[in-house]
Design a protein around this ligand. Structure first.
Ligand SMILES: Nc1ncnc2c1ncn2[C@@H]1O[C@H](COP(=O)(O)OP(=O)(O)OP(=O)(O)O)[C@@H](O)[C@H]1O
Length: 324
């Protein structure tokens, strides 16, 4: 059983579709990156999973139950949520805020101290929240989300306001949670740095899934070029004839060769280039998450402008989820 199952879910607000149709599973210990433009439906999806919204059509199931049903209260402690704009009582200290939530959630006070340590807030535990920087409030929000040792953690823009080191520390924590079997939905507009920490990416566009898969799968689907820069004295003509089948273009600038190839051919091309005795160095540029995201979002806006049926990756995504 998947931890989260969304099956042909639609959500309307006053007759306007925020989610046109969404089918998506999240497995135990999986970190899913949920990406999309402003208004794509990311927060709505999170709220459906949390049971804060009911689907207009389709089925949402979390730990095998409807999160919007009254019976879900028995499972709610397994959920952790960090909202996009986290705010707390300004007059309380960080420790008091966390102790308050711990009491509400029936969690031991010892966990409060331990969590403040884990999120790097021990030194400011007794300071009022109103004196906290944005990043410190974000860390306190994360501590609150982790209070019940959740099995499913939903993070809406978790790295907003965090400095580079705190962002790295945050991702290390996500890696540890994953190792411990926690499933994580990570919703973010800040794409650099995310890719190493997610198992799959779901790209929403205009309320629909535009792409779903591992980054390797999405790279393949998008057919964005993998670019190799080769340095040194390399005979271009020989290389061109050797790689005629494996590359889409070879161009040169000073003593740098720029070779465009596909994700599946990159290893063969690298091997061949390295055989050339004049080759002194090589750089490999695989399409980044930002480039993949841009490709699928632009494809979705072109599709909706042309009023054509959903992007073809929808069918790929649905096949992956077993929907015919
Ligand atoms: N309570 C609501 N009433 C009416 N419309 C809503 C409501 N909540 C969301 N919407 C609409 O649903 C669509 C999806 O909104 P949602 O907040 O899920 O997007 P998002 O992807 O999280 O955007 P952002 O990146 O800007 O936070 C938007 O058009 C939004 O205006």
């Amino acid at each position: 059983m998947s931890v989260v199952e969304l099956n042909q879910v639609k959500k309307y607000f006053d007759g306007v579709a925020a989610i046109k149709e969404l089918t998506l599973n999240i497995e135990e210990g999986e970190v899913l990156g949920l990406f999309g433009h402003n208004g794509a439906g990311k927060t709505t999806t999170m709220k459906l999973i949390l049971g804060l919204l009911k689907p207009s059509e389709g089925v949402v199931s979390v730990f095998g139950h409807s999160p919007a049903s009254p019976h879900f209260s028995d499972y709610r402690y397994r959920l952790g949520f960090l909202p996009e704009n986290v705010s707390f009582y300004q007059q309380l200290t960080g420790k008091e805020v966390l102790a308050y939530f711990a009491k509400l959630k029936k969690v031991s006070k010892n966990r409060v101290v331990q969590l403040l340590e884990e999120v790097g807030l021990s030194h400011a535990a007794n300071r009022k929240v109103k004196t906290y920087s944005k990043g410190m409030k974000q860390r306190l929000g994360l501590a609150q989300a982790l209070l019940t040792e959740p099995k499913l953690l939903l993070l809406d823009e978790p790295t907003v306001g965090l400095d580079p080191i705190a962002t790295q520390d945050f991702y290390t924590m996500v890696d540890q949670l994953k190792k411990a079997g926690c499933s994580v939905v990570l919703c973010s507009h800040v794409l650099p740095g995310v890719e190493k920490h997610i198992d799959r990416a779901a790209i929403l566009g205009a309320g629909q899934l535009q792409a779903l898969g591992t980054l390797a799968e999405l790279r393949q689907q998008a057919e964005l070029p993998t670019i190799i820069h080769a340095y040194g004295e390399i005979n271009q003509d020989i290389l061109r004839s050797e790689l005629a089948e494996q590359v889409t273009s070879i161009s040169s600038n000073d003593s740098v060769l720029e070779i465009h190839t596909t994700h599946s051919e990159k290893t063969n091309v690298l091997r061949q280039v390295m055989k050339h005795p004049g080759c002194t160095d090589i750089d490999l540029h695989t399409p980044s998450l930002e480039q993949i995201y841009r490709y699928f979002v632009e494809a979705s806006t072109t599709d909706s402008r042309n009023n054509t049926p959903p992007h073809m990756t929808n069918s790929i995504a649905q096949k992956k989820e077993g929907v015919q």
